[in-house]
Design a binder for this molecule. Structure first.
Ligand code: F6R
Length: 241
């Protein structure tokens, strides 16, 4: 695991964009896993700028998003499909028919088969929940879990209430790639910024690997890069500048 501590959010975003752009250039028809939430917004801005400068193209990519709320339509402003349109897909040349989200109905684990049938995920982008979740794999999620419908932890509902008009509007269920699904990606890029992530960062990166801290599963993956700002990295005993 490579852990890099950078000065601030902008530095994380542009360093992350370097990594994602290099992977797209190397595998222009690869499968890329995207995350939502506030953390990757700067990364997506930087990818759009690179696309506009002609440095990268999304035209042959397949995209697989990590998760989606259950019960929100694609045109609901807080749905993750809407988020991705607004922050990335609507600004680049990705083909709409190559954009996939985990399905909330039918058999969600069919999403894992779909990922495999497209060749597997080249690079998976992740944020980290303040409770250590990755995707919506909340504490207690099995390390061998597949894509499935899950209940959101009350801390996640509280954290995500900032995006909704009323906290009662936050969905209580989501469909998420499983931990095993995420670990099957060939490369993982985890981003975390801000003091409210520092505890989850320490527990994920330096604590024991336990299903109580979903992010700790990443310690067993052979190709993970973690980009942190100083505030998120504050509790780590080791970090590289
Ligand atoms: C989003 C996702 C979540 C977020 C996490 C951090 O697709 O899977 O795990 O990455 O909740 O969210 P932010 O970035 O808003 O702090």
């Amino acid at each position: 695991m490579v852990i890099k501590c950078l000065e601030d959010y902008d530095a994380i975003s542009s360093h992350a964009a370097d990594i994602v752009a290099a992977a797209i250039i190397e595998k222009p028809s690869g499968v890329f896993g995207f995350a939502t939430g506030s953390t990757p917004v700067g990364l997506y801005k930087s990818l759009i700028a690179r696309y506009q400068r002609g440095e990268i193209s999304f035209s042959r990519l397949t995209t697989m998003n990590l998760d989606e709320y259950v019960g929100l339509s694609a045109d609901h402003e807080q749905s993750y499909r809407f988020f991705m349109q607004r922050h990335l897909f609507g600004h680049v040349d990705v083909r709409p028919e190559c954009i996939y989200f985990p399905p909330e109905s039918g058999e969600p684990s069919a999403f894992d088969d779909l990922i495999q049938s497209k060749g597997g995920i080249e690079l998976q982008i992740l944020g980290l929940g303040s409770n250590g979740h990755i995707g919506f794999n909340e504490p207690g999620s099995a390390f061998d879990s597949r894509t499935r419908v899950v209940g959101l932890a009350s801390s996640t509902i509280r954290d995500n209430a900032r995006f909704f008009e009323h906290s009662r509007d936050v969905p209580h269920q989501a469909v998420t790639m499983g931990i095993r699904t995420i670990l099957e990606a060939r490369q993982i890029l985890l981003l975390a910024s801000g003091a409210n992530k520092s505890d989850a960062v320490v527990r994920s990166l330096e604590g024991p690997q336990t299903e109580n801290v979903p992010g700790s599963c990443l310690q067993s993956h052979h190709n993970v890069t973690v980009l942190l700002d100083d505030a998120a990295a504050a509790g780590l005993t080791r970090n590289e500048k």
